[in-house]
Write a protein that binds this ligand. Structure first.
Ligand code: SAH
Length: 392
């Protein structure tokens, strides 16, 4: 496996067309006024957008003559679904989206008895180069605009409302930034997206901040910035190793910001928000799953406001690594708990459609590689809420 460079600055490509969701309220009102319409139509358009209405014919509160103009100017279709793939009896659905410039991203909607979570992408590709992650191995194509990120959540909310997943109409309750990309490397757009996710109608999806999880590889300045925002969104940190020596190899950004710095930044976030953060830890056979490492991780996190979310590695093509066997997983969990660290094992939704964590590699999928449906593995623990507080 060749080591890829870390890439923070996204390549500049043609900007997506202007979209209402990228504008402030004032900018949107001004844009509507420029088109010769009363400014309040900006709120009407916003309501339609967040409800997932894309057909101008359905915007009956807007004069028929103005619908096409306003839609074309402010609600251009930015995400074209290329295909949906279902797994877990239809309760998991992965969507491949094509963007205006041909770039591809994926999002995954997962329905549980008590909630529905969408996992969204913040970048096309990723520059963080983690060797066990399919997205990381494909490199960074570009940052997504806020409207492109928000659009994935809106589509999921609409799919739930329409009852597209078995179980009848429902409500999107959670959003996790665990798709393609490093959200804190696309900070401004992700910040705009957060606001849209928690703002009530007509300016957003009205989700609770706590049910939104920002997952980061450990971009410390980004964590600090997020802390200063004074929000209460859930923070997840992809640690994957308790020691710098191993983490340098698994999460290359560790060569810039060490374990101690990342954990200190997450502590400050917890301090400010009063909320526990999640530590993501992919269990890789014979790489980071030794009992001694569990003890080391336990010592690192004991008495911190952290919850560990273990993810049995989802093997990616070309990687020599495999998931830890069940007995090793159990020992790891037991040792962490013995150290007083709340620990759960993540449900492996969507593994068979390459929709699980670290498997999103839309660029390869574009070649049309068919996926084979297999019986999904039984989770070790009852499925837990992704990025949730973590008490079982
Ligand atoms: N860039 C963000 C979001 C990435 S995806 C971050 O790193 O947190 C969300 C989670 O999936 C991260 O914890 C990531 O490390 C993990 N992951 C990546 N590849 C994986 C794989 N092959 N198996 C299991 N988890 C993986």
């Amino acid at each position: 496996m060749t080591a890829l460079p870390l890439v923070f600055d996204a390549p500049r490509r043609g900007k997506p067309p202007r979209h209402l969701a990228d504008l402030t309220r004032e900018e949107a009102r001004a844009a509507v006024a420029e088109l010769g319409q009363p400014a309040f139509r900006a709120d009407q358009l916003s309501r339609h957008f967040y409800r997932g209405t894309t057909d101008p014919a359905q915007m009956t509160d807007v004069p028929a003559a103005a619908r096409e103009t306003l839609t074309a100017a402010l609600l251009p279709g930015l995400l074209t679904p290329v295909r949906h793939q279902a797994a877990d009896g239809g309760r998991t659905r992965k969507t491949l989206w094509r963007l205006h410039d041909g770039a591809l991203v994926e999002s995954v909607l997962m329905r549980y008895p008590d909630r529905a979570t969408v996992c969204i992408s913040s970048q096309a590709g990723c520059g963080m180069a983690c060797p066990f992650c399919a997205t990381g191995q494909g490199g960074l194509t570009r940052n997504l605009s806020a409207a492109e990120i928000i659009g994935q959540a809106v589509a999921a909310a609409r799919a739930m409302a329409d009852g597209d997943l078995p179980g009848g109409p429902g409500r999107l309750s959670n959003v996790v930034f665990m798709g393609m990309g490093e959200p804190l490397a696309n900070y401004a757009r992700v910040r705009t997206t957060l606001q849209a996710l928690y703002s009530p109608a007509p300016h957003g999806l009205g989700l609770s901040q706590r049910s939104i999880t920002v997952s980061t590889v450990g971009v410390v300045p980004g964590i600090r910035k997020l802390t200063e925002e004074g929000l209460s969104v859930t923070l997840a940190v992809s640690l994957h190793a308790p020691d710098d020596e191993l983490r340098d190899t698994l999460v290359p950004i560790n060569t810039r910001w060490k374990v101690a710095e990342v954990v200190a930044a997450a502590d400050a976030y917890a301090e400010r928000t009063g909320r526990r953060y999640s530590i993501e830890y992919a269990l890789i056979r014979d790489v980071n799953d030794q009992p001694e490492r569990a003890d080391m991780l336990g010592r690192l996190l004991a008495r911190r406001r952290a919850h560990v979310n273990l993810i049995p590695l989802n093997p990616t093509p070309g990687s020599p690594w495999d998931a830890s066997p069940l007995p090793a997983q159990r020992v790891f969990v037991a040792r962490l708990r013995a150290a007083g660290v709340p620990t759960t094992v993540r449900d492996t939704r969507g593994q068979d459609i390459d929709g699980a964590c670290g498997q999103l590699a839309a660029a390869d999928l574009a070649e049309g590689v068919p996926s084979v449906a297999v019986v999904p593995p039984e989770p070790l623990e009852p499925p837990m809420e992704l990025g949730a507080e973590g008490d079982e």
